[in-house]
Design a protein around this ligand. Structure first.
Ligand code: GDP
Length: 316
């Protein structure tokens, strides 16, 4: 299949972006070429993760945040990840409907991803889609995830700035924040600021933050608690400012991997690429059988990948 369109990805061409995302999402034969094209262009986008329980107002908030970014003339990519729903699920459809505020704006590109059974696979796919958007020159990439335990922590790992959204008075949410989500939050948002318990919930979260912050050394980032009303846009400028402030703080306090960690990451990536090439070029009989089984739907991509790894490690 021709890859004529691929160089257009770096120019930010929407058609090329859509094709590139589809290739990495569906792991088509073009995926490797796309990832190779993407790799040298990474690191320009600011990636913002936003997570919270269903109904907290994440999608409405993302849409409002996108509007704020667009006012600053920043191009935006949105990756909506729902580990709990199949691809045709209602939440995903809902995201699309809400993001329709930005339909027709070439500066906004939205892609929804849903679970196909493997959360690990989903966060890997999400990471690749974020990379493709980054390489296509999107200034901001927002990754929206439904809070569903481990998965949002994994997906939050993609983001430079992580926002946890709760709705007022949702005791369970506050508990969830306590149970570890707080550790991943750079910014806490109490959405639905128009509801009576918003101030109290924000105060409660603020107390939790200061209790945690007591144990940290000077210069650490202390997550601000921001009250927003996504439906009216109230609090959105403050949220956008907090995101910028965190970006500036990160520039001075990079929390990226240390040099050893980066080397490990790089070697792992290169080893992964070699393995990919070897697999693509291999004419191994057992591998062909495995691919045929995938084609017949007898095994899924993830199990097939594991089996392929085993086959490759046995190869002479
Ligand atoms: P998500 O499931 O977290 O993505 O939440 P949604 O964005 O779908 O919002 C859930 C519901 O809350 C929708 O009916 C929204 O219109 C509503 N909602 C979102 N933000 C606000 C807000 O600031 N105030 C009020 N009163 N309702 C809101």
């Amino acid at each position: 299949m021709s890859l004529d369109w691929l160089p257009k990805l770096a120019e930010g061409n929407r058609g090329a972006l859509a094709r590139a995302i589809t290739a990495v999402e569906n792991e088509t034969a073009d995926a490797q070429a796309v990832l190779a094209e993407v790799q040298p262009r990474l690191g320009c986008a600011r990636v913002i993760g936003l997570t919270g329980s269903p109904g907290a107002g994440k999608s409405t908030l993302v849409s409002a945040l996108v509007a704020a970014f667009r006012e600053q003339d920043l191009s935006v990519g949105v990756v909506a990840v729902d580990p709990s729903s199949p691809l045709t699920g209602g939440a995903i459809l809902g995201d699309r409907v809400r993001m329709s505020d930005h339909a027709g704006d070439p500066g906004v590109f939205v892609r929804s991803l849903a679970s196909r059974g493997h959360v690990g696979g989903l966060s890997r796919t999400a990471a690749r889609v974020v990379d493709v958007m980054d390489a296509a020159g999107r200034d901001r990439v927002v990754v929206e995830t439904v809070g569903a335990g481990q998965s949002e922590v994994e997906i939050a790992g993609l983001a430079q700035t992580r926002i946890v959204v709760v709705a007022p008075g949702m005791g369970d949410d506050i508990q969830a924040v306590k149970a570890g989500i707080l550790e991943i939050a750079d910014i806490l948002v109490v959405n639905k600021g128009d509801q009576p318990l918003a101030q109290a919930s924000a105060a409660q979260l603020g107390d939790m933050v200061s209790m945690t912050a007591n144990g940290t050394t000077g210069g650490a980032w202390s997550p601000p608690v921001i009250i927003t009303t996504a439906v009216t846009g109230e609090g959105i400028p403050e949220l956008a400012q907090a995101i910028d402030a965190h970006g500036r703080w990160l520039a001075e306090h990079p929390r990226g991997l240390d040099p050893q960690g980066r080397t490990r990451q790089l070697v792992a990536t290169l080893a992964g690429q070699r393995l990919t090439d070897a697999l693509l070029e291999s004419g191994d009989r057992a591998l062909e059988d495995l691919l045929a089984r995938v084609a017949r739907g007898e095994t899924d991509f993830d199990s097939a990948a594991r089996e392929a790894l085993k086959l490759m490690s046995q190869a002479p």
